[in-house]
Ligand binder design. Structure first.
Ligand SMILES: *Cc1c(COP(=O)(O)O)cnc(C)c1O
Length: 363
C-alpha cells in the first residue's frame, strides 16, 4: 500500500479569511505564520504508511512518552514554493529534497517515505494553500516536511509508529533593505558532526548541538558560526545551517568536499552547476582554516559566501576567532557571489530559462 500512497484532501472549514491572510502576507516574517492546511500520514510496523491526508493545520496530540521527545528520532526538509510573474506556482528541485529526506530517514532508522508520496504531499499542500504564496521581492512559501518517532513507548529502539507531516509558512524577503554580508565566528571548542555520526542527515539533533556555538557567535558580535572537522579541527565544514563557497583570485571557485559530516545542500549542489554555467571552474576539495585565514589576508581568497534554501546566498564579510579577525576583501561581498545569487533567484522566480529542468510547476 505504501508504494502508491496518495494524500486525500480534507479542506479546512475554518480557513483564514481573505482579510486575515492579506494582513499576514503584508509582513510575513519567517516561520511565524502557517497556512490553513498541513499534510499528515502515519507509519506503523504492521501497516506501513497509511492514513495520508491534507487536513486543517492544527496541534498534534501526543503522549508525553512519545519517542521523539526522549531520543530525538526525527528528520526534516526545507524547501520553498515561488510565485512566478504569470502567477503560476513552482517548487525548486523537490525531487532532490525527497531523495535527501530518505537518506536522512535511513540514517535515523526511520521508514522511508516513497518519493512520489513526499512529492504528492507537497504538491497538494501548496495547491490547496496557493493563495498563501506571497508575491513580489524575494518572498516565498517555505515548506517544512518532517518525520518523527511517534510511538508512545520509552524503550530505546526504532519507533514502531512514525508520523510524517508537512507544514507551510509564508516567508518575507530574508534581507529587507538589501543583502547584508555576515560576520562568521569560528567555533574552536564545539564541533557539529563527527565521522560516522549524523552530520549528513537533516536531523534536529544537529541543530540542538549547534545552538550553544551559535549563541557564542552572537556574543562575539557575529551572525553565524563556522564548524571545523571533529578530528583534526583543521578542515572547514559548514555553518550551522548553510554550506560555504570560496572564490579565488583567478576566478576559480572551491567548496568543501562532501565528507559524510557535511549536509548535502540542494543549494550547494545547484551552485556547482550554476558557477560552471557562469564560466568558472569549480572544485570540491578539503579547505583548511589556515587556507581561509591566509587567503583572506593575502587576497588569494576574493569572496566567501554561504548558501542554503532559507537565506539563498549570503556574502561573508569576515571570519573571527579567539585571537583575531580577518575581513574578506572589502567585506561587502563580490561580483561572483552577486552573479550566482542572481542566476539562482532568476531561475527560482521564473525570470530566466530553466535549462536544468529544476523548477516544477505545482499550479
Ligand atoms: C539544510 C541545511 C543546509 C542547506 O541545505 P539546502 O538544501 O541548500 O537548503 C546546509 N547545512 C545544514 C546543516 C542544513 O541543515
Amino acid at each position: 500500500m505504501s508504494a502508491d500512497l496518495q494524500f486525500t484532501v480534507e479542506p479546512n472549514t475554518q480557513s483564514a479569511s481573505d482579510d486575515q491572510r492579506a494582513a499576514i502576507l503584508a509582513n510575513p516574517g519567517f516561520g511565524q505564520h502557517f497556512t490553513d492546511h498541513m499534510a499528515i500520514a502515519t507509519w506503523t510496523a504492521e501497516l506501513g504508511w497509511h492514513d495520508a491526508r491534507i487536513t486543517a493545520f492544527g496541534p498534534l496530540e501526543l503522549s508525553p512518552a512519545t519517542a521523539v521527545f526522549h531520543y530525538a528520532q526525527t528528520i526534516f526538509e526545507g524547501m520553498k514554493a515561488y510565485r512566478h510573474p504569470d502567477d503560476s506556482i513552482h517548487t525548486f528541485r523537490p525531487d532532490a529534497n525527497a531523495a535527501r529526506f530518505n537518506r536522512s530517514a535511513r540514517r535515523l532508522a526511520l521508514p522511508e517515505l516513497p518519493e512520489a508520496a513526499f512529492l504528492d504531499s507537497v504538491r497538494k499542500l501548496v495547491e490547496i494553500d496557493r493563495d498563501w504564496v506571497p508575491g513580489g521581492g524575494e518572498t516565498s512559501l517555505y515548506l517544512r516536511p518532517f518525520m518523527f518517532g511517534s510511538d508512545p513507548f520509552l524503550g530505546v529502539r526504532p519507533s514502531a509508529q512514525v508520523t510524517y507531516c508537512a507544514i507551510a509558512s509564508p516567508a518575507g524577503s530574508y534581507f529587507t533593505g538589501g543583502v547584508k554580508p555576515v560576520r562568521i565566528w569560528l567555533s574552536q571548542e564545539y564541533t557539529r558532526a563527527a565521522p560516522g555520526g549524523t552530520g549528513a542527515a537533516k536531523t534536529g539533533g544537529n541543530y540542538a548541538s549547534s545552538l550553544l556555538a551559535q549563541a557564542e557567535a552572537i556574543e562575539q558580535g557575529c551572525d553565524q558560526v563556522a564548524f571545523l572537522d571533529a578530528i583534526e579541527k583543521k578542515w572547514v565544514e559548514e555553518l550551522g545551517g548553510m554550506n560555504l563557497y570560496f572564490v579565488l583570485d583567478d576566478g576559480s571557485v572551491i567548496t568543501p568536499e562532501l565528507s559524510g559530516t557535511i549536509l548535502e545542500g540542494v543549494t550547494r549542489d545547484s551552485i556547482l552547476k550554476l558557477v560552471t554555467d557562469l564560466g568558472h571552474t569549480v572544485t570540491e576539495r578539503k579547505i583548511s582554516i589556515d587556507e581561509w585565514r591566509e587567503g583572506a589576508t593575502s587576497g588569494r581568497i576574493r569572496e566567501v559566501f554561504a548558501c542554503g534554501t532559507a537565506a539563498v546566498i549570503t556574502p561573508v564579510a569576515s571570519l573571527k576567532w579567539d585571537g583575531g579577525e580577518v575581513q574578506v576583501a572589502d567585506g561587502n561581498g563580490g561580483p561572483v557571489t552577486a552573479a550566482v545569487r542572481s542566476a539562482l533567484l532568476d531561475l527560482q522566480y521564473g525570470r530566466s530559462q530553466d535549462t536544468h529542468g529544476w523548477t516544477t510547476r505545482i499550479c
